[in-house]
Design a protein around this ligand. Structure first.
Ligand SMILES: NC(=O)c1ccc[n+]([C@@H]2O[C@H](COP(=O)([O-])OP(=O)(O)OC[C@H]3O[C@@H](n4cnc5c(N)ncnc54)[C@H](OP(=O)(O)O)[C@@H]3O)[C@@H](O)[C@H]2O)c1
Length: 353
């Protein structure tokens, strides 16, 4: 909603007024994160931009599993997300007003302005997107943080070699579906694990040698038997932890590499009270395997390198970038909760309507 107010100084200067909506993170979840941990606040504002500042309006907002890690009361790679602040998140936005010569109204940009409809940012806090080069939503997925995680996690920590078997858990998700496709491009046999038949069917169309629905396996030994039948694992790209990882760690081949990217099965409560299971670290010894935890932000300075490799594949349609889009700013907390129920295929995004 836009209104125009005459300024009371220097004659009639156009002052636009905008309706701002913000989701504040207000309560730490003990288990599942949900709407009750957030509060929707609405207000009107008339922006006054300082030099080099830009007013942006979010069109697409990201929801990501790491948000749940930040909600735990304990320190992770950084302090917990503060209460009574806007939920942090990456966005794709349009410039509404600009006091910075590098940005014009109508430009597409990406930044980290969180779960709010509008934000005033300094020009160096946002990057311009070219819709002619790629769908702007790729900035939240394949050409953004998930793409960086998948690319550097697989290539630098997984070190895949042609012919090797790469097991990807959470394979139909934002990161997993990209790891799957990057590993196939690297000449590997990919075994994909996901949580529904629909997801497995899609993964088969991407060219995996096998797609396994982990919900069809009642125990880690049962899944382990299947993985060993498939020839064991040279690279395990772990997005989920829990039972799937118990099976994977007992199915490693000699000198396997385990990439610990995420442990989503443990986020809802398990971060403070981890789920205990049989200890399999002796398997790492027998197999002279290595384990490497990776964090997307450690590779932020190498973003251009990832884009140089991956953007041509996106443009040529050689990599599928799939999204699950939810229409409506008001559904942000529900969409976050949906990640833990496997509601998304590919990158989960909320469209601001
Ligand atoms: N290290 C880093 O820098 C970094 C960066 C980005 C993401 N990550 C991690 O990578 C993982 C994937 O992130 P993403 O953004 O790509 O999310 P995503 O995979 O698109 O969405 C989450 C998926 O996790 C699966 N899942 C939820 N609960 C599960 C459970 N209990 N057991 C097994 N699978 C479960 C669901 O798929 P199913 O239907 O298959 O269960 C769900 O769709 C997360 O663990 C995340 O924290 C790490």
């Amino acid at each position: 909603m836009q209104q125009f107010h005459p300024s009371n100084t220097r004659g009639m200067i156009e002052m636009r007024c905008y309706q701002l909506k913000q989701w504040f993170y207000v309560k730490r979840p003990k288990g599942i994160v949900d709407r009750e941990h957030y509060e929707l606040r609405e207000s009107d504002f008339s922006p006054q931009l300082s030099k080099n500042e830009v007013l942006i309006k979010s069109e697409y907002i990201s929801v990501d599993p790491y948000m749940r890690i930040q909600q735990a009361a304990t320190h992770s790679w950084e302090p917990p997300h503060p209460l009574n602040t806007v939920q942090g998140a990456a966005v794709v936005a349009k410039v509404l007003e600009s006091n910075n010569s590098n940005f014009q109204p109508g430009d597409w940009v990406t930044g980290y302005t969180g779960w709010q409809t509008h934000a005033i940012v300094h020009g160096n806090e946002i990057q311009t997107l070219d819709p002619e080069q790629a769908d702007v939503k790729t900035a939240l997925g394949i050409l953004g943080m998930p793409g960086r995680t998948a690319w550097f996690g697989l290539m630098e920590a997984g070190k895949p070699k042609p012919g090797e078997t790469v097991l990807v858990s959470g394979a139909a998700g934002a990161v997993g579906s990209l790891v799957t496709q990057f590993a196939i491009k690297a000449g590997c046999r990919v075994v994909a694990i996901a949580g529904s038949e629909e997801k497995c069917e899609w993964l088969k169309t991407l060219g995996v040698v096998e797609a396994l629905n982990y919900k069809a396996f009642s125990s880690a030994p049962q899944l382990q038997t299947k993985l060993l039948e498939l020839g064991g694992i040279d690279v395990y790209f772990d997005n989920v932890g829990g039972m799937v990882s118990d099976a994977a760690l007992t199915s490693l081949n000699l000198r396997a590499r385990v990439v610990v990217c995420g442990q989503i099965s443990q986020y809802n409560g398990g971060l403070d009270t981890p789920e205990m299971s049989p200890r399999f670290l002796h398997q790492l010894l027998y197999k002279r395997a290595s384990v490497h935890g990776i964090l997307a932000r450690d590779f932020t300075h190498r973003m251009a390198e990832m884009i140089e490799h991956v953007a041509p594949w996106v443009k040529a349609g050689e990599i599928q970038f799939r999204t699950t889009e939810v229409n409506g700013f008001e559904y942000l907390p529900d969409t976050l909760a949906g990640l833990f129920e496997g509601q998304n295929i590919g990158k989960a995004i909320v469209r601001v309507v």
